[in-house]
Write a protein of this length. Structure first.
Length: 242
């Protein structure tokens, strides 16, 4: 094996440093170039934040509390993950708010929509179990097992379950996106933001919404079909009739 002398190792190190310097971005040195860089960064920030601003403009006036939500026949609760087969704390708070709306007579039926893409992971059934334990009759709960994201849940609520008006239930950082997407899908929607402690998860969700707003805007513009559409289901009409 050929050994490298200290001089040889030093030369290799210098070459590596030169390679790093070559790929390092160079900032403009002139005042005009620096001004253009700042302007470009400002434009990029404005473009990135524009979808989030659109969500607030579109949905702010339709955000309510459980006390002043308008009476509608249906509440739609969006999934938010399971912990060992049970609703996560954030999902539990959404379900608590939905149960409160039902007990107050604000809504008559609760549509729970979430992920059931795997046999061992069933958000809607866990949500149903949680609601029935808190006084919502099983016959007043309808499950959507293909609510893989917010857009899918909104489109399926309209096209599969025939929901025309609804009170949406989610966290405050998500509810505006849900309102905007459901309205775009054809639902006259208001939203209730469930109260939560502003912990790390809450701040993560708020940050994530900045990026999710961009996808929401694309969904509104292009109106893609959900991952799974399927035939119409009479669950909501039957629950209302019952």
């Amino acid at each position: 094996m050929r050994l490298r002398t200290p001089e040889r190792l030093r030369d290799v190190g210098h070459a590596a440093l030169r390679g790093l310097s070559a790929v390092r971005p160079r900032l403009p040195r002139t005042r005009r170039g620096q001004r253009r860089l700042v302007q470009a960064l400002m434009v990029a920030c404005a473009v990135a934040l524009a979808p989030a601003a659109w969500l607030h403009t579109t949905a702010d006036a339709r955000v309510r509390t459980t006390a002043d939500a308008p009476a509608q026949q249906v509440a739609v609760v969006f999934g938010a993950g399971l912990w060992e087969g049970r609703p996560s704390p954030y999902l539990a708070h959404r379900l608590d708010a939905a149960a409160e709306l039902y007990r107050a007579g604000t809504v008559r039926v609760v549509l729970v929509t979430g992920d059931n893409s795997r046999v061992e992971y069933d958000e809607p059934d866990a949500m149903r179990t949680y609601l029935t334990a808190r006084g919502v009759p099983d016959g007043r709960i309808v499950s959507d097992h293909a609510g893989f994201d917010t857009w899918d849940s909104c489109v399926r609520a309209k096209r599969i379950f025939g929901v025309d008006r609804a009170v949406l239930v989610s966290q405050g950082f998500h509810i505006r996106r849900a309102i905007a997407l459901c309205r775009s899908a054809g639902i006259d929607a208001y939203g209730v933001g469930a109260d939560d402690v502003h912990d790390v998860t809450w701040y993560y969700g708020g940050t994530r919404e900045v990026f999710a707003a961009g996808k929401a805007l694309l969904d509104v513009v292009f109106e893609p079909d959900p991952h799974f559409l399927g035939p119409r289901e009479p669950g909501v009409a039957e629950a209302l009739g019952g």
